[in-house]
Design a protein around this ligand. Structure first.
Ligand SMILES: [Zn+2]
Length: 327
C-alpha cells in the first residue's frame, strides 16, 4: 500500500451481547483509534440506535483526524444471512431478522458489510494475525460458546445461506450434555466455557483439597473461567482435569475438521486464547492419537495472536475485502 493510501481507513464494528466496539483500521490491519460501549442487548431498537450512534462517532472522529473512511464492516455474534445482510438470530441479544447491513449502510452512506463474529475474526487473523497469507485454515472461536470459520482458497466458506462453519453445533457425544441450541452433545456443550465451568464444579465436588472450593466460596455457581485457569496454573488437580476434559473433546472436534478440510493451520481463538496453553498439548496429543496420520500431519495447531482485537480487526478486514470486490 503506497503513501497515497496512508490516510485511508475503514471502520470495524464488533457487536456482541455485553459490549459493542468500533475501531478505525488501516489497510494493514492496524487499529488507529477505537471506542467500546456497553450493549443494550435486551432491547432491539436501543441496540440498533447505540450502534448507529457509535458509527456516527467513528465517522466524525475520522474526519477530525484527517482520515478518509472507505467503508464499514460489522461483525455480530449470531446467525447471519450474509447476502441479504440480515442478522437472523443471536444467542445473547434479543434482536432477530434485523437488516443490519442496510440500516448501517444507509445511515452512514458508505459501503457496508456484515458477517458473523467468527467469520470476521478469521479474516482478521489472515489480514494481520497468526495466519497472514495462509489460504486454507480453520478458525475456531472458543468462549461461552463455540463458533468457527473455514477459509478455503483465501475465502471464508459461507455455504448456501451464509451460516456455514457452525462447528460448535456438530454433535460429538450423542446423548451428551444439553446444548443451548436444544440438541445434545454438541461440541459447544462439551468444550466451551460453560462446559469448563460445569466440569470444574464436578471435579471440585469430588476433590476436598481443590483450591476451587475456596475461590468460589463453596458456591459452584460462582465458578468462572478465570478462577479455573488460575487454579490450573497453580497445579490444582480438579481444574486441570476440567481443562483436560474440554481439550479432549476439542481434539476430537479438530480431528473431524482436519479430516474434512485438510487445512494448513487450525487457529484457536476466542476468550480461551488466554488459557490456550492449558489446552494445546492435550489437543495436539488427541489429534496425533485419533487422526489419520496422512491426513493430519500437514496441519499446524496454533493460538490466535489478535486475541481480543480479532473482532475489530476482522470486521475491518471484511470491509477491506468487500470494497476490493466492489472496485
Ligand atoms: Zn448445539
Amino acid at each position: 500500500m503506497g503513501d497515497i493510501d496512508a490516510n485511508r481507513c475503514v471502520l470495524g464494528v464488533d457487536t456482541g451481547g455485553t459490549k459493542t466496539a468500533l475501531a478505525a483500521v488501516d489497510g494493514h490491519g492496524r487499529i488507529l483509534f477505537s471506542k467500546t460501549i456497553s450493549s443494550p442487548s435486551t432491547d432491539e431498537k436501543m441496540m440498533v440506535k447505540a450502534l448507529l450512534d457509535l458509527v456516527d462517532w467513528g465517522i466524525s472522529e475520522s474526519a477530525n483526524k484527517g482520515l478518509d473512511v472507505r467503508g464499514i464492516g460489522v461483525g455480530c455474534a449470531g446467525f447471519i444471512l450474509r447476502d441479504e445482510g440480515i442478522l437472523a438470530e443471536s444467542p445473547h441479544v434479543t434482536w432477530s431478522m434485523v437488516p443490519l447491513k442496510r440500516l448501517v449502510g444507509e445511515h452512514a452512506g458508505l459501503p457496508t458489510f456484515l458477517d458473523n463474529d467468527a467469520n470476521v475474526a478469521a479474516l482478521g487473523e489472515r489480514l494481520a494475525g497468526v495466519c497472514r497469507g495462509v489460504d486454507d485454515f480453520v478458525y475456531i472461536a472458543i468462549g461461552t460458546g463455540i463458533g468457527g470459520a473455514v477459509c478455503i482458497g483465501g475465502e471464508v466458506y459461507t455455504g448456501h445461506r451464509g451460516t456455514a462453519g457452525e462447528m460448535g453445533h456438530t454433535i460429538i457425544e450423542p446423548g451428551g450434555p444439553l446444548c443451548d441450541c436444544g440438541n445434545r452433545g454438541c461440541l459447544e456443550a462439551v468444550a466451551a466455557g460453560t462446559a469448563l465451568e460445569r466440569e470444574a464444579a464436578r471435579f471440585m465436588d469430588e476433590d476436598e483439597t481443590s483450591i476451587l472450593r475456596k475461590m468460589c466460596g463453596g458456591d459452584r455457581g460462582k465458578l468462572t473461567g478465570e478462577m479455573i485457569s488460575e487454579a490450573a496454573e497453580g497445579g490444582d488437580q480438579a481444574a486441570l482435569e476440567a481443562f483436560d476434559y474440554v481439550a479432549g473433546y476439542l481434539g476430537l472436534g479438530l480431528v473431524n475438521l482436519i479430516h474434512l478440510f485438510d487445512p494448513e493451520m487450525v487457529v484457536l481463538g476466542g476468550g480461551v486464547s488466554h488459557s490456550g496453553h492449558l489446552l494445546l498439548d492435550k489437543i495436539r496429543d488427541v489429534v496425533k492419537e485419533r487422526g489419520i496420520p496422512a491426513l493430519v500431519e500437514g496441519a499446524t495447531i496454533v493460538l490466535s495472536t489478535l486475541g481480543q482485537d480479532a473482532g475489530l480487526v476482522g470486521s475491518a478486514a471484511l470491509a477491506w475485502e468487500g470494497i476490493g470486490r466492489l472496485s
